[in-house]
Design a protein around this ligand. Structure first.
Ligand SMILES: Cc1cc2nc3c(=O)[nH]c(=O)nc-3n(C[C@H](O)[C@H](O)[C@H](O)COP(=O)(O)OP(=O)(O)OC[C@H]3O[C@@H](n4cnc5c(N)ncnc54)[C@H](O)[C@@H]3O)c2cc1C
Length: 415
């Protein structure tokens, strides 16, 4: 904890223009204002909103992209295009791949994870979405692929999209004769979201005609069709297409301590253990579950600690991870929620929003911000676009519902 508030703004360098990086940028701008001088280092031009990519080929919302230049400008930040290569912790400086250097007082690493295709002959979501999925759907609908296996890997992976793809594909094509199997290493579908959620998702999959094989790895043979062996039972399936969710690996960053798997070890403050003034959030950390909502919650923790260091009179909380997932099913979305800190929580399933704004990535700063951008683009007045029901002039009708909602825009505690 700083002994006195700094008299000049602290220079915060946020590396990574994805979910955690942008959440951090927006949060620090809101909470710390002029007390921080923000720089966003990004290797791309846009924030890619990937969760919608699965639904797009099936007639769902289009996967969205938000220009980082506008986001950075709105947050009063400098945007630097480049790739982080190495961190010199002692010098408080980073080196970029093109040889450039940037100095910082506080560094936030939010580089995400690197998708890695676990099986040789499979499509990966990372390369498959949404163009390749669209091709897959066309092939399946014209009967050119009648057996599809969706394989979820054993290592860290994004848990939701494999099940979403299974349901979307099944609703389209199982009635026309598609045989669809999900092979997962889990003991129950989406088991991290709790037994109540798993039971509901299992029912949904069964109703759609999807076969689920639990507790299994998949081995792929050569040939066409691909022979997929389910290692749990030894059963072999002739698959025209195998879609594998990528396993998530750690990004390479020289100069920072890592776990044996290469992820960044963070302490209870979101600080990288053994690297003073370096924080990390999101899929690049050693937090075992990789998910956008959790990445945003980790970023929120970092925001509070950095704002406090910059002199904001707030009391940072502890990371209290809550899994929130809005699942595409092909007929109506399911809202899934589990408080990971509550051992009694068996998970909640609803067909209505359990948080607000009702986005797929539930981030305290990100979700209201993107909801406002989307509404502005659609010509909806800003008051209604803000995303907090009670602020939006919708209170009378919304009050009974709002009591049950997690309002993602709630401010952290002021000291
Ligand atoms: C198809 C799909 C569906 C999903 N659905 C959901 C969902 O419904 N709900 C949910 O919560 N999550 C979902 N996720 C997961 C979610 O997208 C990720 O967990 C989340 O994006 C992680 O955030 P992050 O900031 O850690 O990483 P990212 O969002 O991946 O951001 C990391 C950023 O850093 C950049 N970067 C990487 N290396 C460097 C470097 N060396 N220098 C500079 N920049 C670099 C990357 O290009 C990227 O822009 C889904 C993912 C996929 C692929």
């Amino acid at each position: 904890m700083p002994s006195a508030a700094p008299t000049t703004p602290i220079r915060v360098l946020i590396a990574g223009g994805g979910v955690a990086g942008v959440e951090c940028l927006l949060g620090l701008h809101e909470l710390a204002g002029d007390r921080v001088e923000l720089t966003l280092l990004a290797d791309g031009r846009d924030l890619h909103y990937r969760p919608l990519a699965v639904g797009e080929p099936f007639g769902g919302e289009r996967a969205r992209h938000y220009p980082l230049a506008a986001i950075a400008e709105g947050a009063g930040a400098r945007l630097v295009h480049g790739r982080l290569d190495a961190v010199d912790v002692d010098e408080h400086r980073v080196r970029l791949l093109d040889g450039g250097r940037l100095s910082y007082d506080v560094l936030v690493v939010a580089l995400g994870a690197v998708p890695f295709l676990p099986y040789g002959r499979a499509l990966s979501f990372d390369v498959a979405t949404p163009k390749v999925l669209s091709r897959l759907r066309t092939e399946v609908l014209r009967g050119a692929a009648s057996h599809v296996v969706i394989a979820l890997p054993r290592g860290p992976h994004w848990m939701l999209p494999g099940y979403e793809l299974a349901l979307l594909l099944a609703r389209d094509a199982v009635p026309a004769g598609l045989s669809l199997t999900v092979a997962t290493t889990e003991a129950a579908p989406l088991e991290l979201l709790g037994p109540a959620v798993s039971a509901a998702v299992a029912r949904e999959l069964a109703d759609a005609g999807v076969r689920v094989v639990l507790d299994t790895d998949v081995e792929l043979g050569r040939g066409d069709p691909v022979i997929a062996t389910l290692t749990a039972t030894g059963e072999t399936l002739g698959a025209d297409v195998v879609v594998a969710l990528p396993e998530l690996h750690a990004p390479t960053i020289h100069g920072l301590p890592t776990t044996a798997e290469g992820f960044l070890p963070v302490d209870a403050d979101g600080c990288v253990a053994g690297a003073p003034d370096v924080y990390a959030a999101g899929d690049c950390t050693d937090f075992p579950i990789k998910q956008g909502g959790l990445a945003a919650q980790q970023a929120d923790l970092v925001v509070e600690h950095v704002a406090r260091r910059a002199g904001e009179p707030i009391t940072p909380g502890l990371l209290h991870p809550v899994l929130r997932a809005r699942m595409l099913t092909g007929h109506r979305d399911l809202w899934l929620r589990r408080d990971l800190g509550d051992v009694e929580d068996r998970g909640t399933v609803a067909s209505h929003a359990l948080w607000w704004p009702p986005d797929k990535i539930a981030g305290r700063w990100l979700a209201p911000y993107l909801a406002a951008l989307d509404d502005a683009e659609a010509g909806v007045p800003h008051e209604a676009a803000h995303g907090r029901i009670l602020d939006a002039g919708l209170a009378p009708a919304a009050t009974p519902v709002a009591r049950d909602l997690d309002l993602l825009g709630d401010a952290p505690g002021r000291a």
